[in-house]
Design a protein around this ligand. Structure first.
Ligand code: CTP
Length: 434
């Protein structure tokens, strides 16, 4: 029998006040509309585990699209509905997003089919999910707000730190869950349940990945690479002989593991120092994974995993150019030469470069931290005042000043010093007739 406990105060504690109030309001509307509404999945799991998560998924016993429209109207949110799946996304004025889905029952299976009333639609919906830890839900109807519902022992498994499937066919029905199991086990430091591990191994042996759309595997791979420590997940992939399944022929050796470790450290550094730069960190790991692999092989991975076109192109370009860039850096003695080699390069490329080649890491990091931000305090206006006609020489002169600042030959803060250096350069260019 399901066990109940109230987690309303816990939710109040973890959510911004506005979001919490929103849920209360949605609960009121649910009462009035005569539907049951529940928060489900990852949010509830992370609420209990104590990990931050603001992705709220609501399941409605009833028509979620209709319900979402009412909520949107009353609480002033934009509603995007996807009628084919009976789901909706609400976007509130402050940017908060809430997803709603209809509890999936078999009611719509064929015309005239009788609704199955023996099992609560919510329970049936949850039974289709991957692991017990993802089957917890919290009722939000006003009268029952915060009631935690645990049909499948998710609470106990969280307490025991176990990843468990709900039934023996789980991995067969959806082999991407194999990757999810390993990802969650690393993220939460949970073990696989004994039976679950056996099922996972059997699924691997049956080579079930062959039957999955590449795009779905790509999605899970990306999720893994966006975790805090992808190397740990990869070590489990290795343990269950999944690297070979995902990337036939790939070399997964000490060198690559070390690079993964270095990528991780650089990403942590980057996140702290450049939080505003939107960076596809998973691309850095993919570059590290595919470095030194034959080009044709990389291309076959990209196509079998249906990499998004743009991403695949970017990755191939990185792999094509990175060694040349490394050579150029290695023979650069002046910071300005490093600057010229690296300016305009993508964040992901720079991180990959630093991770793959420790002997130029310092140069790359200095460029990223400092040199790329150097701007002279003198400008085209100064050059004009010195009597030179505007033209391509302007840019060239200002660049030369910039290089001298980067190399420490001209002060970065002293405008006077920069100005006299500028004067020297301009005088050489100004013709007597000017
Ligand atoms: N789910 C599933 N099988 C999958 C993918 C997802 O059963 N192959 C279910 C899970 O139960 C999960 C829900 O769908 O709770 C939503 O999945 P997802 O969007 O991946 O969210 P989270 O579980 O919250 O994962 P994460 O914390 O990584 O976002």
């Amino acid at each position: 029998p399901p066990r109940f406990r109230n987690v309303s105060e816990l939710i109040r504690k973890v959510l911004p006040k506005e979001t919490f109030n929103l849920l209360r309001e949605i609960g009121k509307i649910a009462d009035r509309e005569g539907v049951n509404a529940y928060i489900v999945g990852g949010f509830v799991r992370d609420l209990i585990i104590g990990r931050e998560n603001f992705d709220i998924d609501i399941v409605v016993e009833g028509d979620a699209t209709e319900f979402a429209k009412v909520v949107g109207r009353e609480l002033g949110a934009k509603v995007h509905t996807f009628s084919r799946f009976k789901t909706a996304t609400l976007v509130f004025k402050d940017g908060t997003r809430i997803d709603m889905a209809s509890a999936r029952t078999e009611v719509y299976k064929f015309p005239g089919a009788l609704p199955e009333v023996d099992i609560a639609p919510l329970k049936k919906d949850l039974f289709r999910r991957d692991f017990t830890i993802n089957t917890l839900s919290v009722k939000i109807n006003y009268s029952d707000f915060g009631k935690l519902i645990d049909f499948f022992g998710g609470l106990k498994d969280i307490k025991d730190k176990k990843i468990r499937v709900l039934h023996s066919l789980s991995f067969v029905e959806d082999p991407t869950r194999i990757l999810r199991a390993l990802r969650f086990s690393v993220r939460y430091r949970f073990e696989l349940g004994k039976h679950t591990e056996k099922l996972l191994k059997m699924a691997v042996e049956k080579k079930l990945f062959k039957t999955v759309e590449g795009q779905r595997i790509y999605h899970e791979l990306k999720q893994i690479l966006l975790e805090d420590n992808p190397l740990r997940v990869f070590l489990r992939l290795e343990k269950y002989r999944l690297i070979e399944e995902l990337f036939p022929g790939l070399r997964w050796n000490r060198e690559k593991k070390d690079t993964f470790e270095r990528v991780r450290k650089l990403i942590i550094w980057h996140r702290i120092n450049f939080p505003e730069r939107k960076t596809d960190y998973h691309l850095v790991y993919l570059g590290a994974l595919f470095f030194k692999e034959p080009l044709e092989r990389v291309k076959s991975y990209l196509s079998s995993l249906s990499f998004p076109e743009k991403e695949g192109k970017k990755l191939l370009k990185f792999l094509d150019e990175i060694y040349g860039t490394y050579r150029a850096l290695k023979s650069s003695n002046l910071p300005s030469e490093v600057y010229k080699t690296l300016r305009g390069r993508e964040e992901e490329f720079l991180l990959l470069l630093a991770a793959l080649f420790p002997d130029v890491e310092e140069k790359v990091v200095n460029f990223m931290r400092d040199w790329r931000f150097v701007e002279p305090l003198v400008s085209g206006k100064d050059i004009k005042e010195l009597g030179l006609k505007p033209g391509p020489a302007f840019k060239e002169i200002l660049n030369r000043i910039k290089y001298e600042i980067i190399d420490g030959r001209v002060s970065r803060e002293d405008r006077e010093e920069q100005y006299s250096r500028l004067k020297e350069m301009v005088v050489g260019k100004v013709s007597p007739s000017n």
